[in-house]
Write a protein that binds this ligand. Sequence first.
Ligand code: SAM
Length: 277
Amino acid sequence: MDEYKREKLEIELLCSGIYDAYGYDFRQYAKASFTRRINQFVSDNGYSSITRLLAEILHNEDLIHTLIKSISVTTSDMFRDPHIFKLIRATVIPYLKTFPNIRIWHAACGRGEEVFSMAIMLKEEKIYDNCTIYATDMNDAALESVQKGIYHISRIKDFTGNYIKSGGRSSLSDYYHAKYNNVKFDNKLLENVTFANHNLSVDSIFLEANLILCRNAMIYFDSNLQKRVLNLLDGSLSNGGILCIGSKESLVGTELAHNYKSLSDGMKIYKKVPGYA
Ligand SMILES: C[S@@+](CC[C@H](N)C(=O)[O-])C[C@H]1O[C@@H](n2cnc3c(N)ncnc32)[C@H](O)[C@@H]1O
């Protein structure tokens, strides 16, 4: 069997084995980048093949968590795409202020940069106390990392630059303290945050939210899984609610597009207005 065919088959068997054994569904992840990350894991950990890795996973439940931790791409930044946070501050926050209780869902929250960014903004806009915030990811290690709120000090320069560009009203240093080579963000920023493991490929509607951010996870999914996730987000968003997706993700061409109105040309932030188009 040629190498390409064998690798394709091994990946299919790995995905269905993991799904049948543990319920994590990678079967509809974009194949090229998923295969690259699996091959990296195989070589870093000295397995002779993807099939060997599958055999080990089936006999050792801990390994699936190690694998998920290792192949999840959690790269992010505070106030990532600062123009989006600026738009949220200018347009979305005034809308959220009209509700006595506000529900916000960070789906696929990664290591928490987005959660802290939003919490800082909500504090500065004086609506944090009215918010119930849910931060979910399929990767338990990422969720633990958010709760620690610790980032390497070398990242603060970029975090601060983005904070300023996003229209921050104070100084980012008001929200963290530095210790050795790290900074730790204030625990008070997480007071209204509930963490949960939620897997966008298999789990169902999560809540009825006024604002959902699901950024930079769908890029790793194939078009069928993207469709599933968009439907799940749609089902979890109240009418009039706001959906924010990643800059390389899109609603265009999906069956949901006619129910969403872009808040600003070219920006991936939408208001749910059923029957809009
Ligand atoms: C690049 S991070 C995005 C973090 C944050 N949303 C941002 O844009 O800054 C992608 C996250 O998606 C998570 N993820 C990947 N597949 C997932 C799935 N099926 N369900 C939930 N989270 C998933 C990964 O664990 C990772 O933490």
